[in-house]
Ligand binder design. Structure first.
Ligand SMILES: Cc1ncc(CN)c(N)n1
Length: 221
């Protein structure tokens, strides 16, 4: 059985926002087949822009993994994430054509801009490695948990949306998230009280930003 660490304690403590991020009405509507396809197209265009801003963030995580981690395997885990982002961008481009979403005309909405600014702040050298790893894990884990839910037994996910769900809901991505979580947990075990507080705050902030991103996709902002 997986060892329970401080991240699991924080998830329990912040359960309602964690559930709001990983079982959002937008995701549930994909799973039950009632999704409004114009919302899906909004999400697709906005997430493409998000991913383009996420790439430099993950590149900065890679540099920190090389410089600040005592474990050589951290770099390999993050490098795997970068490799899958390369596929992800190609996938978005194919989906953009399929759904007739012209990414060159998509303008980032407020929730997306805020998320982008948050990622930029995390790229500062002032931010401690355990805090960065906690944020990185949370960002990836929300998508993994959300889209895996759309593939669980009893789903009525429309067949044309299963590609998106498999992208983040597959077992390989789940394993990758678990490796990132193990890195974060290992760093947090030796962190000071101050750094632990910052990591907990960053986890909650990621969850809030993810909720706002789903809301925006549904046309809420
Ligand atoms: C908003 C958001 N959060 C997370 C992911 C997963 N990298 C994503 N593509 N978009």
């Amino acid at each position: 059985m997986e060892k329970r660490g401080v991240i699991d304690t924080w998830i329990d403590k912040h359960r309602s926002i964690y559930t709001a991020a990983t079982r959002h009405a937008f995701v549930v509507s994909i799973r039950d087949g009632s999704v409004d396809l114009s919302s899906f197209r909004t999400w697709l265009g906005q997430d493409y822009l998000f991913v383009r801003r996420f790439v430099p963030f993950v590149a900065s995580v890679l540099i920190r993994a090389c410089k600040d981690s005592g474990e050589s395997s951290d770099m390999e885990v993050v490098l795997g994430g970068i490799a899958s982002l390369n596929d992800e961008i190609e996938w978005f481009k194919r989906e953009g054509s399929k759904w007739d979403v012209d990414f060159s005309t998509v303008v980032p909405q407020r929730a997306n801009q805020e998320y982008g600014r948050f990622l930029e702040d995390l790229m500062s050298s002032e931010v401690k490695y355990p805090v960065i790893m906690t944020a990185f894990w949370a960002i990836e884990a929300v998508y993994q948990e959300s889209f895996a839910h759309c593939l669980e037994d009893g789903n009525k996910t429309p067949v044309e949306l299963t590609g998106a769900c498999h992208r983040w809901g597959n077992d390989g991505f789940k394993q990758y998230c678990s490796s990132v979580k193990n890195i974060a947990e290992r760093c947090l075990e030796n962190a000071s009280g101050e750094v632990l507080g910052e990591a907990e705050d960053v986890l909650v902030r990621v969850l809030e930003l993810e909720v706002a991103f789903w809301e925006m996709s549904r046309g809420g902002q």
